[in-house]
Design a protein around this ligand. Structure first.
Ligand SMILES: Cc1cc2nc3c(=O)[nH]c(=O)nc-3n(C[C@H](O)[C@H](O)[C@H](O)COP(=O)(O)OP(=O)(O)OC[C@H]3O[C@@H](n4cnc5c(N)ncnc54)[C@H](O)[C@@H]3O)c2cc1C
Length: 389
């Protein structure tokens, strides 16, 4: 067992940390306030190779691996959690799905362009009436010669307002039992007739991450855009979530660490009753809880990413990492706001933003209830996801 980062991974951390200091921190508060999509920052992140860590050189990646990916996400998210979304759309869920399940032609056409942000991607699973219950989606595709005709809607889709391409999951066999067998995955492009988009504005947090709806009205998608086999979509989506949860857990660790950093600074500055507020044991207890939870989350995250690097199935580990890290970051954000007292309620300090951003980690890529169910079902022996290694 080795808990040391390699020299390469340390260099990755330094690169991401320096980038965050120079490019992100000076503008984060203003961009959060104006809800601005930070396109030029995202393009610079692509230039630095941040989205290609888990991809082979053949498709434009650096092959540094999932641990390197996790380290990068943590550093970027620590500065600005909105930017975390791009690590899914431009790396783990969209292009990685095409890399893992697509044809050679699909890989050549999309993977390199997505990780370089020459194309912006989506991963469209959720619908207005089906999120956690993914097997019950309604959007459907009907075969018509060399095309599939898609009808339906997707809700809460990251990158939808700015998308060029992406993967969408629809029913191709609505009557099949069990129903998850009737789902298929397709590559879509923004200019396909019958596809329209609507931005979701005024979100609670993650203001700089564009989110929207996709509406399909007789949208004709070429048969060649099918990813994997017909009816294989549920399996494709679930394996994509194993990777996506690494990125989400890393984002949550970054937010939790930001809460610690801000709280420690404030505890050593602010005075009450003639003392630094860090001298009060009740504040120390919060700091200790935040640090212990974040460190535990980080170890779980690195373990899940390490298994992905070894190409070992990590559903169990990535789910636990996501579960613990997201709960930890929400608690850390709440503690940070409490430590800041009245100023915690003000946009003058970053903790209000951290609090608003933290909450999403309990919902995306499987809510905390759903990750609890996966962990409990394995523990109870009902549905094993843990593999021996
Ligand atoms: C900013 C943002 C970005 C997003 N980006 C994307 C994206 O890019 N692509 C995408 O496909 N989706 C995306 N989502 C959607 C997200 O994945 C879903 O919101 C999430 O999966 C939950 O689904 P839901 O909102 O339909 O909630 P529901 O499934 O309706 O759940 C509502 C509540 O009930 C609980 N619940 C549901 N079923 C059970 C159960 N069996 N047992 C116990 N509790 C249960 C849930 O935990 C939750 O608390 C995004 C959401 C947000 C807010």
């Amino acid at each position: 067992m080795n808990f040391f980062l390699t020299e390469e991974q340390k260099a990755v951390r330094k690169l991401a940390r320096d980038f965050a200091e120079k490019e992100i921190k000076p503008v984060v508060a203003e961009d959060d306030h104006t809800h601005r999509f930070q396109k030029e920052i995202v393009l610079k992140m692509a230039d630095q190779g941040f989205f290609g860590a888990a991809f082979p050189e053949k498709y434009g990646g650096s092959n540094l691996g999932f641990v390197a990916h996790a380290i990068t996400v943590e550093e970027i998210s620590k500065a600005e959690s909105s930017l975390r979304h791009f690590f899914n759309m431009q790396a783990l869920t969209c292009p990685l799905t095409i890399l893992n399940w697509g044809t050679e032609e699909q890989k050549e056409a999309y993977v390199r362009k997505l990780i370089r942000c020459e194309l912006f991607g989506v991963n469209a699973m959720t619908e207005p009436n089906a999120g956690s219950d993914f097997a019950s989606i309604h959007a459907n595709a009907v075969e018509d010669g060399d095309f599939f005709v898609i009808n339906g809607a997707k809700m809460w889709i990251s990158n939808a307002p700015i998308m060029d391409t992406g993967v969408v999951y629809v029913k191709t066999d609505p009557k099949i039992v069990p129903k998850h067998r009737g789902i298929s995955c397709f590559i879509i492009e923004k200019d396909m007739p019958g596809l329209s988009r609507k931005e979701i504005k005024d979100k609670l947090g993650h203001h700089s991450a564009p989110t929207g709806e996709l509406i399909f009205e007789d949208c004709r998608v070429p048969r060649n855009n099918l990813v994997g086999e017909l009816g294989q979509g549920f399996k494709i989506a679930m394996t994509a979530l194993d990777f996506g949860r690494i990125s989400v857990a890393a984002g949550a660790v970054g937010v939790a660490q930001a809460c610690i950093d801000e709280s420690v600074r404030y505890c050593n500055e602010r005075e009450a009753f003639g003392k630094k507020i860090g001298e009060f044991q009740m504040n120390q207890q919060k700091i200790a809880d935040m640090i212990a939870g974040t460190e535990a989350s980080r170890i779980l995250l690195y373990k899940a990413a390490f298994l992905a690097d070894k190409k070992i199935r990590n559903t169990f580990e990535s789910t636990i990492a996501k579960h613990v890290a997201s709960e930890t970051c929400v608690r850390a954000a709440r503690f940070a706001v409490e430590i800041f007292g009245g100023y915690g309620y003000s946009e003058e300090y970053p903790v209000a933003r951290l609090y608003r951003d933290a909450i999403l980690y309990q919902t995306g890529e499987g809510s905390s209830n759903i990750t609890s169910m996966i962990i409990a079902s394995d523990g109870l022996g009902w549905k094993k996801v843990k593999v021996d290694y």
